[in-house]
Design a binder for this molecule. Structure first.
Ligand code: GCW
Length: 663
């Protein structure tokens, strides 16, 4: 074992005093009959010992107390689901498969860690989504694209590093129900292209095996131009026979060398990455060609829909980046193979603080779909500013697309319920790195934990998840716990207040994406414009504008099309609005901008003060790391406030009614 320089996150298994003194329990049932069960039993022993000083004996000797825990296979329980039931000194963990047993064990330990006694356990649960996936954007040089918590713990200097840290990582992921992972960046370049060759197979296999012990399937992110870059072909045209054969042979090799691998994750024709468009082919041509190649091995192709023109002329008012995903992918609905899953970002642009739900979700009715969110805080504060993301994801999941009579929410679609398909799921761009605390800001671990819990059970509330995480991570008094939970629940709204107003998005420092730069992207090629002049701001995406609003089903299209029924937080996403427009609050748009920015910056200070108020309830190193970040958040919020307010005051020439300082 190398020296451990990473934290235990929510699996610290510190003693819970309420659970009472030392006891001995016997384990019955499926002892060590598979690699996953072995992991489950080891975890159970470790957790019981740490949390309650319970010795779990597995050698057949009956414990003196007569109490036991029994692992039971119960075919009627849904895939990867579990039941944990205690009665009369016996605790049963039932599941129909190994993952279910493992999740049952983690559920049991979670309840104990939350302070519940063994005798009172009774929980049934099964996953909402078939695939629950973490996407790493780790590069092989060790850097992480959009990483805010150190470097990669998978790669360094174009090599794969296998370490005990990865074992703990797999435990953490299994503990929250994650069953799929991609370890390399979707921008596949340089050495990463060769992950699917003999140069790396044996090391990839070692990592794959660690994951397999915890029921996690490895997916490989591939370079669409591999036939050229690895195979020496002149083309990667998906309809070219040589290319088709190359991928068939390569896939055979991959699935032989890495049995159990899940398949491919692909970013094609996006931000300079190669893809089928180069050859006049469609996204469906590209995805289906790969899907056919992995079909014999039950492989899956997860194809990303983040395809748009990133060389737009800012003078061009017709092209609307928000439309791109739908425009490129909708016409082939029904034409994608059934082992293709389209992975769709929650919004049509790119992980902004506020976006409408992508109209592709549910727009597609005969295509497998996966929702992609970003827990790496690229646009939400770089894990410096506090931003609890689960409330935002809940809004996305609960959104009614109207793709069906009932059963039409995003949650229904990605669970496979809405369309009766089994290839569906929920993925997140992960926020981890090799920092001691994994997530840079200790509090950002709530998003890591929360994503997994939510992907497993989309009915959990943001508050339940926050409270679980707080209680599992820290042992604090009830009052401090309430303060921290409240801070988390408020955090997203606060960040939204001091950054770009009412759904317009962007206004961030180009490329880096932290801190304000109102016109940073205004005259650029990225298709991300706010179009502010001295009268008005916003993009007209109605039927009189770019027509984006018409990509939704009628009910939503009508709602968004009319500025009076458009949800106000998205007003500037859908409409071009004069600064003098009255909002529902009775305030003008410009006054709303001033007020939210003054308030937001103030509330950021209050967050920091609340953190100080619970200083003694958290370990001092955690306190320091987070406090340091709150200082930066306050500066950031002030900078946003002053730049946004000054910018709009100078454009509009309308003063703040309250006469506060604007520059
Ligand atoms: O938001 C953009 C990021 C890129 C990222 C891209 C994507 C991996 O700025 O860094 O590339 O999204 O999702 O592919």
């Amino acid at each position: 074992m190398e020296k451990k320089n990473w934290s235990d996150l929510w699996l610290s298994y510190g003693k819970v005093t309420e659970l009472g003194g030392a006891r001995v329990l016997a384990l019955d049932g499926l002892n060590a009959e598979s690699r996953i069960i072995k992991s489950a039993v080891a975890e159970l022993k470790r957790g019981l010992k740490g949390l309650a000083d319970i010795e779990l004996v597995t050698d057949g000797t009956v414990a003196n107390s007569g109490e036991k825990i029994t692992l039971i296979r119960e075919p009627s329980i849904p895939k990867e689901g579990y039941e944990v039931v205690s009665s009369g000194g016996e605790l049963k963990i039932k599941a129909s498969d190994d993952n279910g047993i493992l999740y049952g064990v983690f559920a049991l330990l979670r309840h104990l860690a939350m302070g519940q006694s063994l005798e009172s356990l009774n929980e049934k649960s099964s996953p909402s989504n078939p695939i629950r996936m973490m996407d790493h954007w780790d590069d092989m040089d060790g850097k992480i694209e959009r990483g805010y918590s150190g470097d990669s713990f998978f790669f360094e200097n174009d090599e794969i590093i296998v370490s005990d840290r990865i074992v703990d990582y797999a435990r953490f992921m299994a503990s929250i129900g994650i069953n799929a992972v991609a370890i390399n960046n979707v921008n596949v370049r340089g050495a990463a292209t060769f992950l699917i060759t003999d140069r790396f197979f044996s090391k990839v296999k070692e990592i794959q095996d660690i994951f397999a012990d915890y029921g996690i399937t490895l997916y490989l992110t591939i370079n669409f131009a591999s036939p050229i870059e690895i195979g020496g072909l002149e083309t990667c045209d998906p309809l070219d026979e040589k290319v088709i054969t190359w991928w068939k042979d390569k896939s055979k090799e991959i699935f032989e060398k890495l049995p159990g691998v899940g398949g491919y994750l692909v970013k094609a024709d996006s931000e300079g990455r190669p893809g089928p468009f180069t050859y006049g082919r469609t996204q469906a041509d590209g995805a289906n060609m790969l899907a056919d190649a992995v079909k014999p091995y039950d492989g899956i192709v997860i194809w990303r829909c983040f395809v748009y023109n990133c060389t737009q002329d800012w003078r061009d008012y017709k092209t609307d980046r928000a439309r791109a995903g739908y425009d490129y992918f909708m016409e082939f609905d029904g034409a994608y193979r059934d082992n293709v899953i389209l992975q769709i970002k929650n919004g049509p642009m790119d992980f902004q603080v506020r976006e409408p739900v992508s109209p592709l979700l549910g727009g597609l009715k005969r295509t497998n779909q996966m929702l992609e969110v970003q827990i790496a805080q690229e646009y939400t504060g770089h894990q410096i500013d506090l931003f609890y993301l689960i409330p935002m994801y809940k809004e996305v999941l609960n959104f009614h697309t109207y793709c069906n009579e009932d059963c039409d929410t995003v949650a229904d679609i990605i669970s496979g319920k809405a369309m009766g398909n089994k290839n569906a799921g929920f993925a997140a761009v992960i926020n981890t790195g090799n920092d001691y605390n994994w997530t840079g800001n200790d509090l950002a671990a709530v998003n890591l934990y929360g994503f997994g819990r939510l992907a497993y059970d989309t009915s959990l509330s943001a508050e339940t998840i926050a409270r679980e995480w707080v209680r599992l991570t820290f042992s604090m008094d009830r009052n401090s716990e309430d303060i921290l939970v409240e801070m988390l629940l408020d955090s997203g709204k606060i960040y939204e207040k001091y950054t770009a107003p009412l759904g317009i998005g962007w206004m961030v420092t180009p490329h880096y994406h932290y801190g304000p730069s109102v016109d940073g992207y205004e005259y650029s090629r990225w298709g991300t414009y706010h179009r502010a002049d001295h009268h008005a701001i916003g993009v007209d995406r109605t039927d009189k504008g770019t027509g984006y609003a018409q990509q939704y089903y009628k009910k939503n299209a009508e709602m968004y099309n009319d500025p009076d029924t458009c949800p106000e937080e998205l007003l500037l996403f859908f409409h071009r609005v004069p600064y003098t427009r009255k909002l529902k609050s009775g305030k003008t748009l410009i006054q709303h901008i001033y007020d939210t920015h003054f308030d937001g910056a103030e509330e950021a200070k209050e967050l920091a003060a609340k953190w100080d108020s619970i200083k003694n309830a958290v370990p001092s190193d955690v306190y320091e790391r987070v406090a340091e970040r709150f200082k930066l958040q306050i500066e950031n919020a002030n900078e946003w406030r002053d730049q946004i307010n000054s910018y709009f005051y100078r454009k509009s020439d309308i003063p703040d009614e309250k006469g506060r300082k604007i520059y």
